[in-house]
Ligand binder design. Structure first.
Ligand SMILES: [Zn+2]
Length: 114
């Protein structure tokens, strides 16, 4: 399960953002994850493990799922997941498109007490 690695990295990142606010308690951590990048439940469990005993312990983890991206083979455009099933390219109208994996997990914001 790679969620544990991700969670440890996130916890370390949050910890670094706290360096100017030593001793502050973290209330909320917001991350954005690519669709399909993570198992949400696993990340929550892993994050709890990774933050245990740290100022992040008990913080609310908000996971925002980024929309899946599509890639057009005809013109190279990358576009967000279209509505409906017909993933035609919005630029050239081509149907030669494929859903591009987005495996990024990005720390968006950290809310601290006080
Ligand atoms: Zn296209």
């Amino acid at each position: 399960m790679h969620e544990f690695g991700i969670a440890e990295e996130l916890a370390a990142l949050v910890d670094r953002t706290l360096s100017e606010n030593q001793g502050a308690k973290v209330l909320k951590v917001v991350v954005e994850a690519g669709a399909g990048a993570i198992e949400e439940v696993s990340l929550r469990v892993a994050f709890e493990e990774a933050s245990r005993g740290s100022p992040i312990d008990g913080a609310e983890l908000v996971i925002e799922i980024a929309p899946r991206e599509y890639h057009c083979f005809d013109c190279g455009t990358v576009f967000p997941e279209p509505e409906g099933r017909n993933a035609a390219c919005p630029v050239c109208g081509g149907a030669n498109t494929i859903s591009a994996p987005n495996h990024d997990v990005v720390l968006k914001s950290v809310e601290i007490e006080g």
